[in-house]
Design a protein around this ligand. Sequence first.
Ligand SMILES: Nc1ncnc2c1ncn2[C@@H]1O[C@H](COP(=O)(O)OP(=O)(O)OP(=O)(O)O)[C@@H](O)[C@H]1O
Ligand SMILES: [Mg+2]
Length: 319
Amino acid sequence: MLEIEDLSVRLAPGKAARPILDGVSLRVAQGETVGLVGESGSGKSVTCRAVLGLLPGGSAAGGSLRFDGDDVLSMPAARLREHRRRDVAMIFQDPLASINPMRRIGDHVTEGMRASGVPREEALARAEGLLESVGIRDPRAALRSYPHEFSGGMLQRVMIAGALAGEPRLLLADEPTTALDVTTQAEVISILTGLRTERSMAMLFVTHDLELAAAICDRVCVMYAGRIVEVQPAEALFARPRHPYTRGLLTATPRLDGGRPHGVPGRPVSLSDLVTGCAFAPRCPHASPVCEEQDPVIRTIDGAQVACLRAEELTDERA
Ligand SMILES: Nc1ncnc2c1ncn2[C@@H]1O[C@H](COP(=O)(O)OP(=O)(O)OP(=O)(O)O)[C@@H](O)[C@H]1O
Ligand SMILES: [Mg+2]
C-alpha cells in the first residue's frame, strides 16, 4: 500500500543544503502495523509528513513515495487533498498544540466529513459514533465542548476520532502518547490497537520506545540520523537486534525493576555533520577504522535488514 523507495529530503541551498533524510525505504502493507523508532531528530516526523505530501518548506526530495502506486510527491493539489482526506490520517504528539482552541470538538471531528460534502446533521451523528468508539462517555455533550474542557488523554481520543472520520487506510501515529501520563498512555494504545483490528487499518507507529514498538507492531524500522539502519519483524528485533544502535536502544529502555536506564552513550548526530562513513561510528562500541571510511548500505542477513558493516561479525555477541 505505502511504498517509500530511496527517499531523500534536503533543505535547499540558501539554507546550506542540509540533508535530513537519506535513502529511506519503507513499506507498509494493507492492515500492517509498522513501527518507526529512533532518537530525537532522526527524521521520524519528516518521514510521516512526507506520507501526507508535506515536506519542510524550501526542501527538495529525491526518490519516490507511492500510495497504491500513485506518487504522492508529485500529486496535483486537488488529488493531494483527497489523499489526505481519504487514504491517510495523522495524529500528533501533543493534541493541545494541534487543535484549534476556539472551535468546538464537534467542528473538529466533522471538519473532514464536511469538506467531503457530508451534510452537517449526518456528520454530527457520525462524529458522535466515532467519539463513542474511542471511549468518550457522553459523546453528544462532548460535541458541544471546547478543547480546554478535556484532559490530554481525552483530547488525544478526540484527535483519534477526527483522524478516523475519513476512514483512512493508513493511520500515521506520531508519538501519540508521549505527552500523556503512563496510565493514559496505556489506554490510548489499547484504543489504537483495538481500532486497527476492528477496521483492518494499517498504522505507522512512531515512538522513542523500542519496547512499546516491539509489543504492538508487526515490523519495526529503526532510524538513525535520517537513515533507516535496521528493519526486522518486531519479535525478532527484540530478541535479536543486529545493529549496535538498536542494541543500545534496547539497553536504554527504562527497566521495570527500577534500575537506571543506561542510554546510548554519546550525542545523536545530524546527517549534515557527516562526510563519509557510518553515522553511528562515533558512538559505536564496535566501530573499526572501516566504519569511518565506508558508507554502510542496508542489506539482508538472515531475514533482517541491517545497515552495519560489521553486522555478520557481531551477530553472535550481545552488546
Ligand atoms: N520544517 C523543517 N525545516 C528545517 N528542518 C527541519 C524541519 N523539520 C524537521 N527538520 C530537521 O529534520 C531533522 C529530523 O526531524 P524530525 O522532526 O523528523 O525528527 P524526529 O525523529 O521526529 O524527532 P523527535 O523524536 O524529536 O520528534 C531534524 O534535524 C530537524 O531539525
Ligand atoms: Mg518527531
